[in-house]
Design a protein around this ligand. Sequence first.
Ligand code: C2O
Ligand code: CU
Ligand code: CU
Length: 496
Amino acid sequence: MTLTRRSFLTGSILAGGSLLAGAVIWRPTSTGQSTQLQIPELIDARNQGQSIALTAQAGRTSFFPKRDSVTLGYNGNYLGPTLRVHRGDDVEMTVTNSLGEDTSVHWHGLLIPGELDGGPHQTIRPGSTWRPVLPIRQPAATLWYHSHVHGRTAEQVYAGLAGLLIVADEDEKALGLPSEYGVDDLPLILQDRQFEGGALVVPQGMMATMHGRRGDTLMVNGTINPVARVPRRLVRLRLVNGSNARDYDLAFADDRSFHWIASEGGLLEKPVELQSLRLSPGERAEILVDFSDGRPATLETGPDNNVSMMMRMMTGVASLGGVGREAVVKFEAQGREALAVKVPEKLSTHEQVDASKAVRRRRFTMNMGMGGMMGGGAGMGGMMRGGMGMLAINGRAFDMQRVDEEARLGDIEIWEVSGEMMAHPFHIHGVHFEVLSRNGSAPGIRDQGLRDTVVVQEPAELLVKFSQPAVTAPFMYHCHILEHEDNGMMGQFVVS
Ligand code: C2O
Ligand code: CU
Ligand code: CU
């Protein structure tokens, strides 16, 4: 395999945390051979008697030929099966931990009570099994599941503990959207990873903590340089940003437009034609792409510019994880052109949550130490507490023993959220919300729809409705840069 030398500086930051001394990072050239996109196995709860078994396990994965790495997966070596559940059903999950350490499995985006949520309070000890019965009561959506164990989420997800969770329902089925899994309905879990000589490495050190682990190699569903064969018709892509920290700025190389049809919470009211789409960690989007012209198409991303001023000043590095545009996945359209399947004009109707019914306003600032100090915020206090306590929300680093907020079941509130130093994907468990405003202005086109995660820096107002109880176990809210979450940028709330 051909390897090229990467920027010494970037490599050392990612690998070591020391700015001066560091390993030389190697990466495969982007002209490397394409590999067929792996599609995770589909497990439909209705074919399993509403019972799905998952085992978190260690294994070895060859991301590059003849080089294997220790990885984690569910029922396999890396990532997990795609789980399909149906609205109205109760699904029993049997989650066994065969790792040598604690884990937990969080159903990201599922509207279920706190004790079923799989956050840090539902730890599964090595050798034991957790059996939550999940009531599926929400509209069709692309969700995901991943480790959420206290303090080790980032490392476990980086190693592979994540998978897709699809909610299906009758309304969505009636639309006739492409839904042949793995054929014209493709899951695309986008991740970046760092490799040395073909083996997966886990970046450590302060820079990895402050900016999150990013890598110089992109992969989709665990496949590097993937190519997907698709039929010559309309195809649905379920995009999930499963990276620890990296932002994607997605567009097709030939600038073809596509239709965005679903946000984190499910179908939009109407399709939105776009030519590019940003996706931050934890965010998802469903899009429809027309491949009927039969031409090959490449979905690309721009460089990840979500780098704090501190990082820029200290290193002169303006972006992480790539320079210029890079291929994420290539598509090869095959077969005969199918009858033009039309993009539906209407997709769904949402109940309109009335912002004037909001009973409370809460403010959250995601702190990054230095920013807090410069802005007179609470970052310094966090730093004084030592270590990585500089990552916090409202000046307080996450504490398992402290409930930060209390909300009432059925209430509507406005949460005003901002982030210091860089953009942070803010995620709330157990709710769907809408973006009401950004920096005092109307929200952008990509802010529409129901969400559970949204990237913010300047203050954004979120209209939150609490529809799920969290009494015996709280819900989390946090930055979905997993290293931020693990190191304090998280809080918890009860709903009763
Ligand atoms: Cu996807 Cu609290 O996480
Ligand atoms: Cu979540
Ligand atoms: Cu963050």
